[in-house]
Ligand binder design. Structure first.
Ligand code: FAD
Length: 317
């Protein structure tokens, strides 16, 4: 018995969400009294052994560059093979874009129960009961996984990354990538200064900004906060901003430490993508805007006055 945690990476670097998954998986292993290992498919520029500081004793690495770009089917097959060869009984992946694509495939390949979007450690006092977010984060369900192998995808930003020191043993795992059924012919990088789903701070604009020509004030605020840019759906639909910035039920789901909404009404479909943010600040000129009910801090005022003042004050810090 052991816990195997998939280490997701892009552009040669391990994603922050994987550090959370490693910390979480190590904590699950501790609960169960078993060992925890990471699984790295592909190669990264980061120090792999140093990932041991998040509580795993071993990193199994399949150092084949074919895994450096994600093909969900090929990845899932490789993870399933790694689970079988390492004898793991719990598989942890992050519930990010990668995890959402591969966790169900891993689960099907291994005939394993899946908890998608876990937000807490399992309760193992009577089974393996994992709390997960449902209905776009409006409620929680406790799911008891009874299969021999269990797959858990962890909601990003729901478990604190903890570095306890130490290094891991890096052991080479021989897995040949399965033949791909799709061929990647080109990759268009669309993320801005800071990737949206990994960002600690997100500054988001809505239709209250009146038009794309007014986005300078949003970009300036995002820049001083090292934040990623986001927007509401009508903004993307009107081509004011690119679709990869669209957050909400039909867009990206984000869970930053700070989400600043400017000129966004706070419709339920928008909230569905952002309500896992740790702190929400809303700037809206309408005191009745529904977003204020969900906000931690609200500023009732005209965005065109408030946002430049806020940026100027932050610059002084
Ligand atoms: P509006 O609703 O027009 O709100 C603009 C806000 O700006 C208002 O509250 C106004 O008071 C404020 N404002 C105006 N001028 C200023 C100013 N000068 N300063 C400050 N504030 C100002 N929406 C999403 O965002 N994401 C989704 O994923 C999504 N999915 C959807 C899925 C479905 C099936 C459906 C039906 C809808 C979906 N929507 C989604 C649309 C959603 O219902 C709302 O229509 C949308 O979120 C509204 O966008 P908004 O807040 O930018 O615009």
């Amino acid at each position: 018995m052991s816990v195997l945690i998939l280490i997701d990476h892009a552009d040669g670097h391990v994603k922050k969400a994987s550090l959370e998954a490693l910390t979480y998986g190590a904590a699950v292993a501790k609960q169960l009294g078993v060992s925890a290992a990471g699984l790295l498919l592909g190669t990264v520029q980061d120090d792999v052994a140093a990932l041991g500081q998040y509580g795993v004793s071993t990193i199994h690495q399949v150092a084949n560059e074919a895994f450096n770009s994600l093909d969900a089917q090929v990845y899932a097959k490789a993870v399933a093979e790694a689970v079988q060869s390492t004898g793991a009984t719990v598989v942890v992946v992050s519930h990010n874009q990668t995890g959402k694509a591969i966790a169900p495939r891993i689960s099907a390949a291994l005939k394993a129960g899946l908890v998608a979007g876990a937000v807490a450690l399992p309760d193992i006092s009577n089974g393996f009961v994992v709390k997960k977010a449902v209905f776009s984060g409006k409620a929680f369900a406790n799911v008891n996984v009874t299969s021999a192998i269990k797959v858990v995808s962890l909601n990003p930003n729901s478990f604190k990354v903890e570095a306890i020191g130490g290094t891991a043993t890096v052991s080479a795992l021989a897995i040949t990538p399965a033949a791909a059924r799709v061929k990647v012919t080109a990759v268009n990088k669309v993320s801005g200064e800071v990737p949206l789903t990994e960002a600690e701070v997100v500054v988001s604009g809505g239709r209250g900004l009146k038009g794309p020509e007014n986005w300078g004030i949003v970009e300036d605020l995002a820049h001083v906060l090292h934040a990623a840019l986001a927007c509401s759906r009508p903004v993307a639909d009107s081509h004011w901003r690119p679709h990869h910035e669209h957050v909400g039920q039909t867009g990206f789901q984000v869970a930053p430490n700070l989400y600043i909404a400017i000129g966004i009404s706070g419709a339920i479909q928008h909230l569905a993508g952002v309500n896992r943010s740790k702190v929400m600040v809303v700037i809206n000129k309408d005191p009745e805007a529904p977003f204020f009910k969900a906000a931690d801090y609200g500023i009732v005022g005209d965005a065109f006055e408030v946002v430049p003042q806020l940026t100027a004050e932050i610059k002084k810090l």
